[in-house]
Design a protein around this ligand. Structure first.
Ligand code: HEM
Length: 444
């Protein structure tokens, strides 16, 4: 069993509640006979018909969907030792990195990385993030001058990959590394939405994994031989240094941490920024309000830009589903949950609950600036998760998104040639299709 208990963990009376209410089989059957559709459609129906803690059956054993804020907090933050991550969906890609690790190994790995992504540790990345934002802004100036079509989603991926690559290695992202690291996305796309669907997909993505391993090996060897990039040493140097005193940091584990941070640290931010551009296309006044909130570099403008990011993350929390596994019997919101039950916590549905968020489908960044604009319950908004397994890169993600938008918003408004009408719900929720756009020429 995992030992990720927070300080609040205490003994409990196991499974003393009522059975979790269950969706009638017809709900799943109707979803299946309609061609399956997106998993989110089934989950939305289950929540609507049953409630914020609801069981349904995809196979013989029930899965429990958790969207009620108090139950969310119970699972993720108050009793994380009872609801553990089990064989991570993306283990194929991230191996034993901090996102997939459990128990004592996770604790050690998290402790080392935590200091790198908070407080003074984060300050080391400031200049690298700004440099990545400037590079993107200059590229966009070029598109505006030439009228060349850009793909906003592709651009956001390039930016987020550049920011994290600089932070990990000290080098800006060059074209060859960018091409090689496309393999990370290819493998991530092969990761199933639900842990139960993990087959051994390793063979299908073997070539991509080999490419990723080669990039990681080069970065580790460079760090070992004392070579630092133009931006100075990166996180890979911290990890290779840790290895001199801590034998658990084998080359394999360093590779897994690097790939974890690359994978977790760019797709999520990139899709958030892409959704944000698409939402601003439909709600142009939100951009105007953010820019009018204060002058360049002012705290008011920064706060308004952060409200745009949060409102985007409310509607499209890129990690839209957080699977857990009940490690022991428990009573959750008055219901009995048996050890072994699969749990799905779903920020996407909590964030769109009309009981918590009035007019939930409407994009309104003022929810995050007005004094009573959002529900006070911490379990009502959790795009970065909650509790000990919450996002390690929260500060990094908010910082890089804010800095990029501070560079782009005052200058460029993408004119989309076409916008995807649907979302694709895989390991992240992303626009289902390309996002081609042009930029208006810059004033002379
Ligand atoms: C908008 C951007 C991002 C979003 C929405 C996001 C969301 C999340 C969420 C919801 C979790 C918790 C998963 C769970 O409980 O099962 C998580 C974990 C994690 N995230 Fe992020 N993330 C973002 C950006 C980043 C970045 C930039 C990094 C790295 C620099 C990062 C690194 C991680 C890691 C390593 C974990 C695993 C932590 C652990 O298990 O101890 N994330 N993220």
């Amino acid at each position: 069993m995992d030992t990720e208990a927070g300080p609040g963990a205490r003994p409990h009376a196991p499974g003393t509640g009522r059975p979790v209410p269950e969706a009638e089989p017809g709900v799943v059957e109707r979803w299946r006979s309609g061609g399956g559709g997106e998993l989110v459609e089934l989950l939305a129906r289950v929540r609507e018909e049953v409630g914020g803690v609801a069981a349904f059956r995809l196979g013989p054993a029930p899965t429990v969907l958790v969207t009620d804020p108090t139950a969310v907090q119970h699972v993720l933050a108050r009793f994380p030792e009872r609801y553990v991550k089990r064989s991570h969906r993306a283990r194929l890609l991230i191996g034993d990195g901090v996102m997939a690790a459990t128990g004592a190994a996770w604790k050690r790995q998290r402790r080392l990385l935590q200091g790198q992504f908070t407080g003074p540790g984060m300050r080391r990345y400031e200049q690298r993030i700004t440099a990545a934002a400037r590079t993107t802004a200059e590229r966009w100036d070029g598109y505006a001058r030439t009228g060349q079509v850009l793909d906003v989603g592709r651009e956001m991926h390039r930016f987020a990959l550049d920011a994290i690559w600089r932070s990990l290695t000290g080098y800006p992202l060059d074209e060859e590394t960018e091409r090689e690291l496309a393999a990370v996305e290819a493998v991530a796309a092969a990761v199933p939405t639900l842990p139960a669907d993990v087959a051994d997909a390793r063979d299908a993505v073997a070539a991509d994994l080999a490419r990723i391993d080669a990039v990681a090996r080069r970065a580790i060897e460079a760090a070992r031989s004392g070579v630092a990039g133009p931006d100075g040493p990166g996180l890979v140097h911290v990890l290779t240094e840790a290895a001199t005193e801590r034998p658990e940091y084998t080359d394999g584990l360093i590779r897994d941490e690097l790939v974890t941070l690359l994978a977790a640290g760019h797709e999520t931010t990139a899709t958030t920024l892409t959704w944000l551009c698409l939402l601003l296309d439909r709600h142009p006044t939100a951009r105007e309000h953010a820019l009018a909130a204060g002058g360049e570099g002012s705290p008011e403008r920064r706060q308004a830009i952060q409200a745009l990011i949060h409102e985007t993350l409310r509607l499209y929390p890129s990690a839209w589903i957080l699977p857990r596994h009940a490690a022991e019997d428990d009573t959750l919101a008055g219901y009995s949950v048996e050890a072994g039950t699969d749990i799905l916590v779903c920020p996407y549905l909590t964030h769109r609950d009309p009981g918590l968020w009035p007019d939930p489908e409407h994009f309104d960044p003022r929810r995050f600036t007005a004094p009573d604009g959002r529900p006070a319950h911490p379990g009502a908004y959790f795009p970065f998760g909650m509790g000990p397994r919450a996002c390690l890169g929260l500060q990094f993600a908010l910082r890089e998104s804010t800095v990029l938008l501070e560079h782009l918003l005052p200058v460029h408004v993408p004119e989309f040639a076409a916008t995807p009408t649907k979302a694709q719900y895989g390991i992240t929720v992303r626009p289902a299709g390309p996002t081609p756009a042009t930029l208006a020429p810059l004033p002379a």
